[in-house]
Design a protein around this ligand. Structure first.
Ligand code: SAM
Length: 307
């Protein structure tokens, strides 16, 4: 742990624990009280702190709260993965300033990791159905001074959001319960319930500008499910697949929840498909030698296919 981040975490944790005892609240709610009182100027850390120290300290506190109150559907996106997606966003999105949406924002950790990494370049939009998580994300965004507009709603219902230049999202995986809404999507299941992650891909595509990029964290078996054929046909019609990456199992506690990254470009007149799709296996992220080989594989592919 770096010491400045440790100090911010201790500051947050002490206040959150005190609120928790005083008001008999779950830790995540007392964490929200803490970040909000910090924003209101009622409490302050002892010294000036940087954006990344604040983001990481809040992330640690959220992880602590999630351990107490297991929320299997709200798994926060791990840092290493956020940084990898940030690297891909930086590589593909060439505008100096651009808009970025995460339709499954959660605690905002993925979005804010990327916004801090490309500091000053991104205006964000986040959609999240869970009230507590979106409020935590909102206070974290204010504390790290990143411009994000928040929508607390079901992201699969109509969104009053202008098309964005890029989308990032660690998609919620599983069945989507609202069959009436699902029926409005091309990727609805022919029979039975539809996959939320497929509907999210369609919704995100609809809200991206032509030629814009989409970066999804997806289940590893995305293209092996019984509804994979329909997803393939939809992607072929609307986008160019840029890359499919397999993430190392070590990133996930349970290998049944293993994931990958899917990078798409929405079709646009004059934009061509890459000569070949970048199929890559991301190595163990804590090994600098294999990671450096991986980055050079990606950058060679980019030069040969995108420039
Ligand atoms: N990237 C996030 C982070 O760093 O905290 C984690 C995203 S988590 C894997 C998926 C999120 O999707 C959860 O927070 C869940 O509440 C949200 N979600 C699930 N279904 C949703 C829906 N229909 N509309 C909006 N958000 C939804």
């Amino acid at each position: 742990m770096n010491s400045s981040m440790e100090q911010v975490f201790n500051f947050i944790d002490q206040h959150a624990t005190a609120y928790q005892k005083e008001k008999d609240l779950p830790y995540l709610e007392s964490l929200l009280e803490t970040t909000e009182s910090w924003l209101d100027g009622h409490i302050q850390p002892a010294a000036e702190v940087g954006k990344e120290d604040i983001r990481k300290a809040i992330q640690l506190a959220v992880l602590k709260g999630m351990k107490e109150h297991v929320q299997p559907h709200h798994q926060m996106t791990p840092d290493a993965l956020g940084l990898l997606v940030g690297y891909l966003v930086e590589l593909f999105v060439k505008q100096e300033k651009f808009t970025l949406m995460d339709p499954a924002l959660g605690t905002g950790n993925l979005m804010l990791t990327i916004m801090n990494y490309l500091d000053g370049r991104i205006t964000g939009t986040g959609v999240e159905i869970d009230d507590l998580l979106i409020r935590l994300a909102a206070s974290a965004a204010d504390l790290v001074e990143q411009p994000v507009t928040f929508y607390r709603q079901d992201a699969l219902q109509p969104l009053l959001i202008d098309p964005v230049d890029a989308v990032v999202s660690d998609l919620p995986v599983g069945y989507y319960p609202d069959e009436e809404i699902a029926a409005t999507f091309e990727l609805k299941a022919e029979e039975g319930m539809s996959y939320a992650h497929h509907l999210f891909i369609e919704q995100a595509m609809k809200h991206t500008v032509d030629g814009g990029y989409l970066f999804f964290v997806v289940p590893k078996a995305l293209f092996e499910s019984p509804q994979a054929g329909e997803l393939h046909a939809f992607l072929k019609k609307t986008a160019y697949i840029q890359s499919v990456m397999e993430l190392p199992d070590t990133l996930f506690k349970n290998s049944a929840h293993a994931k990958g990254i899917l990078v798409l470009q929405k079709k646009k007149e004059g934009v061509k498909a890459p000569k070949e799709v970048l199929l890559a296996r991301v190595p163990n992220m804590s090994n600098p030698t294999t990671m450096s080989k991986f980055f050079s594989q990606v950058s060679t592919w980019f030069k040969e296919n995108k420039q």
